[in-house]
Design a protein around this ligand. Structure first.
Ligand code: FUC
Length: 793
């Protein structure tokens, strides 16, 4: 009965006409994808799918977020600490080159480390794609018309539609979190028109079999030692309304069907950070698909939409000014023209919501955090192993979590942080003879906390401090004491490490980290480029943040008086952020000459964003120096670096400059590179960020940046429309979150605020700033305050 109903709906639904209005929330394409970065991403936090929408060959790249090669290892050098005094002595003597040599030889990880970013067959491992599902359709020679491929961010559903031989063919795809399956529906408005062969494939280490109406993919990845690593299994179950389902070798053939639903489940035997019970991937994937098969397509679809919109609908964002005809254009064409003027503001709104969509789809409580690829990866050796980089990248993934009202989705990062304590404790001891725990630059699901294998990039010692900022920031947004009780011991362990690890530098007697680096940036000493230093500015800013946060957290919880005192003493002695003779923020303790003045990392501005020790109000001289630093670094860079600069300029109150960075971000990947990949950041056809290659941090960073242009907050203070660019003359946004538990709705016209509504979730007091106006607001929990009159008169 249900199937007949569906068919009737289809028969009566005409193909979407070009004149139909398209919402701000649709990515659209007029042809199938020919490569990964043209396909559309779908996901439920654990399972991912990239839909190509081919007519003769549909390719869907499948992912499961825990699918990693490699295995747990002890990568700490047992004798590293023996070399620490010598390394420090050389640094104090200014012999950084010699210190770097020692770090290379004795203070990196032991073994192969990340395999220089190609670690799939070493113990570090690599995040891998699960494989491809290929659907080969019998289509004949007749011309295809009215092709349209879309991703609707309102529903989290992708569709493909086209016409051939008078038949309208439709596909609808989503990944259900409640159902834990990928759901693909194929339909035609003429009976018995669907014929295809389905198969699974992956580059290596797989087997496929067919069992009744089920197609199976299974295998075992390399653990980097005896080859017997993680096991995985994916399953496709076919549910056809009519026609025939038959097996042909390792292919499942569906003939003469009218309506077909494909359900795909997948699992691995990864234990999870929390040491969850081992799953038998075959059993787990069978359970999921068995459950899903009892539900109708409509039920699965409805449950998916309800679950997805529970997150997505919290924020709405609209920017005026894009003509209907431009909104209807395929997304890749809009990207090509975005930088050419102000005619398409709504693409920026779409891009912002896409960032939220990507976080909802790649990071769910109980799962793994979004990695360098989110969870969408092609192939078995992903760029930089698709891991979690701790010197900006994984943190950037979570920059939008709180402010764009997706606070619960921050949780997977918190679990990752918690999981690093045990191995990080060992690393702290082995290298620094310090208490507490530390993580350096890279980590994986196997608890890697040692320095990387290259001294120039792998020795930054403040990865764990930066991670802990997320714990404290989550608390600042939510004031969730129960969370703080859980998080504080992690922060304390991190602070314990740094409090032990600091040394006194001889010139000013400041306390500094040593050895460390300013992430990946080098300076010239004679003819050499050197990276290893004491007290790079970023470390010092991070430790100021961490120590102060720990003091406040311990005070709030009424614990650790002695430790609080120790931290208070030490925080006062940390090297301050300083301005150099050239007027820029100093990146290191000394005024070194950068080897690469336009380097993508801008770590010494951490205190401006995501930290908050630099601002026009509190530290005007440093804010001016930060501007100079940014000018000197230049705008052009990799994707994530462009995104970082949006946030930095937004914090500096320069909306037009932030917008210029956003325009570079929303340019076709590589279009500003002039042959130099270091400046090739931008967007691919599917709006994925191009490092290049695809790296999702830029999507998330730019989403946070857009929020930062419209609302900024520190505890007790909200700043409305702090960096509104001329290009966004009129618009509205609702549902952004501010620290101390406020939700904010804003509207503006001709660049002037026309409506400001603040919902107080916690009943805290705050100051609200708009331009020169400041109002003090006392609030009651759960009450809503309209401030339009006070702020706009
Ligand atoms: C950091 C960056 C690179 C890249 C890599 C994954 O090391 O410097 O640009 O994003 O992470």
């Amino acid at each position: 009965m249900f199937w007949i109903g569906l068919i009737l709906v289809l028969l009566s639904s005409p193909l979407m006409k070009a004149s139909e209005p398209v919402s701000d929330l649709v990515l659209s394409f007029d042809s199938p994808a020919t490569q990964f970065t043209e396909s559309v991403p779908l996901g439920n936090g654990r399972l991912g799918a990239m839909l190509f929408g081919g007519i003769e060959n549909e390719r869907i790249i499948l992912n499961e977020s825990s699918l990693w090669s490699g295995s747990p290892q002890d990568a700490d050098r047992p004798d590293a600490a023996n070399y620490l005094p010598e390394i420090r002595k050389l640094l104090i003597q200014g012999k950084n080159g010699e210190a770097e040599k020692l770090v290379y030889e004795h203070f990196t990880c032991q073994g192969k480390g990340s395999g220089f970013g190609s670690g799939k067959d070493v113990q570090y491992g690599s995040y891998q794609s699960l494989g491809d599902l290929n659907l080969k359709f019998e289509v004949g020679q007749a011309p295809v018309t009215n092709y349209r491929r879309q991703l609707d961010l309102e529903t989290g559903i992708a569709t493909v539609q086209y016409q051939q031989n008078g038949v309208v063919y439709s596909r609808e795809v989503f990944v259900s979190a409640p159902g834990q399956v990928i759901v693909i529906r194929l339909s035609a408005n003429k009976p018995n028109s669907i014929n295809f062969a389905g198969s699974f494939v992956r580059p290596e280490r797989f087997e496929t079999t067919v069992d009744g109406n089920e197609l199976l993919l299974s295998g075992q990845l390399n653990n980097g030692t005896d080859g017997r690593g993680m096991k995985y299994c994916a399953r496709l179950r076919v549910k056809a309304s009519d026609g025939e389902v038959a097996r042909q070798n390792n292919v499942l053939r569906v003939s003469n069907a009218t309506d077909v639903v494909l359900l795909i489940s997948a699992a691995t035997d990864y234990l999870g950070f929390a040491g969850r019970k081992t799953t038998d991937p075959s059993l787990a994937s069978r359970n999921d698909v068995d459950k899903a098969v009892t539900k109708s397509f409509a039920q699965l679809r409805q449950a998916h939409i309800r679950d997805y919109q529970h997150y997505f609908k919290r924020v709405s964002f609209h920017l005026d000014g894009t003509k209907e005809v431009d909104r209807l254009r395929p997304t890749p064409e809009r990207i090509k023209e975005f930088g050419e003027g102000d005619k398409d503001p709504s693409l920026a709104a779409l891009y912002f919501q896409y960032g939220r969509y990507l976080l909802i789809s790649s990071s769910r409580p109980g799962g793994l955090p979004a990695n360098l690829q989110g969870l969408w990866a092609e192939g078995v050796q992903t760029p930089w192993n698709g891991d979690w980089h701790l010197n900006v990248n994984v943190q950037m993934n979570y920059w939008p979590a709180e402010v764009t009202n997706l606070s619960e989705l921050h949780e997977p990062l918190f679990s990752l942080i918690s999981s690093l304590q045990r191995p990080g404790h060992q690393t702290a001891k082995s290298y620094y003879k310090a208490r507490g725990w530390v993580a350096h630059v890279i980590t994986n699901p196997w608890g890697f906390t040692s320095p990387g294998e290259g001294a120039n990039w792998g020795s930054t010692a403040s990865g764990s401090a930066w991670l802990c900022q997320h714990l404290w920031d989550h608390y600042q947004f939510t004031r969730d004491k129960q969370f703080l009780r859980w998080a504080y011991p992690i922060m304390k362990g991190s602070a314990r490490f740094y409090a032990d690890m600091l040394i006194e530098e001889p010139k000013h007697r400041w306390l500094v980290t040593a050895p460390s680096t300013s992430p990946e940036n080098g300076f010239l000493l004679g003819n050499d480029t050197v990276h290893i230093v004491m007290g790079p500015t970023m470390d010092q800013q991070l430790l100021r943040y961490l120590f102060n946060a720990c003091v406040e957290a311990a005070f709030t919880l009424g614990v650790d008086r002695q430790f609080r005192n120790e931290l208070k003493e030490k925080v006062a002695r940390l090297a301050p952020t300083r301005i150099g003779s050239d007027g820029r923020v100093m990146e290191w303790l000394e005024e070194y000459k950068e080897a690469e003045p336009t380097h993508r990392h801008i770590s010494h501005l951490w205190g401006l964003y995501p930290g908050s020790e630099i601002s026009h109000d509190k530290t005007p001289a440093l804010a001016a120096a930060a501007m100079k630093s940014l000018e000197a670094r230049g705008d052009y860079s990799t994707g994530w670096s462009l995104a970082y600069k949006i946030n930095l300029w937004a914090r500096l109150g320069d909306g037009n400059r932030a917008y210029r960075l956003l325009s570079l971000m929303l340019s076709p990947a590589g279009s500003h590179a002039q042959g130099d990949f270091r400046f090739a950041g931008g967007s691919y056809e599917n709006l994925f960020d191009a490092h290049p290659p695809f790296q999702i941090d830029g999507n998330f960073g730019a989403t946070a940046g857009i929020a930062e242009m419209l609302l900024q907050s520190t505890p007790g203070e909200l700043c409305l429309l702090p960096s509104l660019p001329d290009a966004w003359s009129s618009g509205k946004i609702s549902g952004l979150r501010a620290r101390d538990g406020f939700e904010v709705d804003l509207a503006w016209k001709n660049r002037r605020l026309t409506s400001a509504v603040v919902h107080s979730l916690l009943g805290r007091a705050c100051r609200i700033k708009y331009g020169q106006k400041i109002i003090a607001l006392k609030t009651s929990k759960g009450k809503t305050y309209s401030l339009t009159k006070e702020l706009t008169l």
